[in-house]
Design a protein around this ligand. Structure first.
Ligand code: IMP
Ligand code: MG
Length: 177
């Protein structure tokens, strides 16, 4: 695999994004809704740079069926807090086509939050098919399949502290395990 963002680069990008989030909410209580499972590591890091009162809620969404191409999308919201009347920030690992975030935002909009915004670690601009942008982005990356810092290939590699592009052999190997 080839590292494209080191642990130190990820940390400073996340801290910088947390700074922009802090400025935007000016001390207002914030409910973070983390899209499981890819945003797990980002969630843990970003909330420790926030100083307003923070609630954490989880939602599960998946569009990838184990491979590197998009498939059907499903959402599970049974672990959601009540967010009606609250300022909500959805946190996800990557904005690829944008379909996952679009569906999650639509689902939460129906819960009548006071405001709704989104933050992602990574944005692959070349792949975007929806006509909105996430409010906060830590890094723009080229259209390559990446793993680490929460992102997986067939549920593996989420634990890597850096972000890497897999080699074709590693993709073939993953499919065999
Ligand atoms: P979207 O709906 O196409 O924006 O896809 C978003 C979801 O696809 C993310 O939450 C990831 O779970 C997954 N995904 C997209 N690109 C990658 C990648 O390069 N590596 C790992 N997962 C990815
Ligand atoms: Mg995901």
């Amino acid at each position: 695999m080839r590292t494209i963002l080191s642990e130190a680069e990820l940390q400073s990008g996340v801290e910088e994004m947390a700074g922009r989030i802090t400025e935007r909410y000016e001390g207002e209580p914030l409910t973070i809704v983390a899209v499981m499972t890819g945003s797990l590591v980002l969630l843990a890091d970003v909330i420790r740079h926030l100083s307003m009162p923070v609630r954490v809620s989880l939602i599960q969404a998946s569009s990838y069926r184990g491979g590197t191409e998009s498939g059907d999308l499903w959402i599970r919201d049974d672990m959601m807090l009540d967010v009606s009347g609250r300022h909500v920030l959805v946190v996800d690992d990557i904005f690829d086509t944008g379909r996952t975030l679009e569906a999650v935002l639509k689902c939460i909009q129906d819960m009548a939050p006071a405001s709704l915004a989104s933050a992602v670690l990574l944005h692959k601009r070349e792949r975007q098919v929806v006509d909105f942008e996430p409010d906060f982005v830590a890094f723009d990356i080229p259209d390559e399949f990446v793993v680490g810092y929460g992102l997986d290939y067939q549920d593996l590699y989420r634990n890597l502290p850096f972000l890497a592009v897999l080699d074709p052999e590693e993709i073939a190997q993953g499919a065999a395990t």
